[in-house]
Design a protein around this ligand. Structure first.
Ligand SMILES: Nc1ncnc2c1ncn2[C@@H]1O[C@H](COP(=O)(O)OP(=O)(O)OP(=O)(O)O)[C@@H](O)[C@H]1O
Length: 267
């Protein structure tokens, strides 16, 4: 790892046709750090995570994973990276345990090590009672646990998790929180997105706000009323963007988010 850095994105941009999903983003995750990114729907969080994981190539910019530069989606570090991006889609027919086992083999574990690691991960996620059921028969929360078990296999040094607590019940949320804290305590760097400020405030060391593809500021995890501070940043970014446009009509995107922000602060 270079300088204790688990992940580095440098000037990363990505467009889809006329949409700028990610716009010149610089972002680091230190070893042992839980770095949360928050943003409105469509802000660019998942695209950033896909780029960090080599699932999508950036148009510009550089990515470094555990000290290795990412080139055409390839790097030497993938076996040490756990991830869950967007809706987990474990294979539907195999059992929960088989799904975790397959993930372990894909992550490069030997056959024997994969069996042990999969069994540990299934237990860690409290999936023992469901482990031998076909995955498509599980509830969405338990499918999410299967995907999380795959992400947490072994002891990853970098975790990239897109809304990991999505669909989980309160006990699952507590479990995820403690697993993230344990992983960070072992030195794992964690990039995590969430829409839940309470959840983020409890685990994150650093919170970065992404809006319209850009990093527009950060929130202090311990501070009061994160939601209010978030909308202030979003509104300020929209106003700066409108000013840059020389008073031209605001975009649908910025008008919507600006209106939400104004409503949130009671203006
Ligand atoms: N494959 C794609 N083709 C076209 N547009 C895309 C594609 N992927 C993402 N986008 C667009 O890029 C922007 C950012 O999307 P992204 O999924 O990264 O946002 P997000 O912050 O993860 O949103 P959410 O909170 O809703 O998950 C959106 O405008 C989205 O419609």
């Amino acid at each position: 790892m270079s300088g204790g850095r688990a992940l580095a994105l440098r000037g990363v941009s990505k467009r889809f046709g006329t949409i700028t999903a990610v716009d010149g983003v610089h972002l680091d995750v230190a070893a042992g750090e839980i770095h949360a990114i928050v943003g409105l729907n469509g802000a660019g969080k998942s695209t950033l995570m896909r780029i960090a994981l080599g699932m999508q190539a950036p148009d510009t910019g550089e990515v470094e994973v555990l000290g290795d530069p990412l080139r055409h989606g390839e790097c030497d570090a993938w076996a040490r990276v756990g991830h869950l991006v967007e809706a987990p889609v474990p294979y539907p027919e195999p059992t929960a345990r088989e799904n975790v086992l397959v993930t372990a083999r894909l992550r490069g574990f030997s056959r024997a090590d994969a069996a042990i690691a999969a069994s540990d991960a299934v237990s860690l996620l409290r999936l023992d009672a469901w482990a031998d059921r076909r995955t498509h028969t599980l509830s969405s929360g338990n499918r999410q646990r299967v995907a999380l078990a795959g992400a947490l296999l072994g002891h990853p040094e970098l975790l990239v998790l897109d809304e990991p607590a999505n669909t989980l019940d309160p006990s699952g949320m507590v479990l995820v929180r403690s697993m993230l804290q344990d992983a960070a305590g072992r030195g794992c760097g964690i990039l995590v997105s969430s829409h839940h400020f309470d959840e983020v405030a409890r685990v994150a060391d650093r919170i970065t706000v992404v809006h319209a593809g850009r990093v527009v500021g950060s929130l202090q995890p311990g501070s009061a009323d994160l939601e209010h501070a978030f909308f202030e940043l979003v509104l300020a970014a929209d106003e700066a963007s409108d000013a840059d446009d020389g008073g031209a009509p605001v975009s649908v995107h910025s008008r919507r988010s600006g209106d939400v922000a104004r409503e949130e602060r009671g203006a």
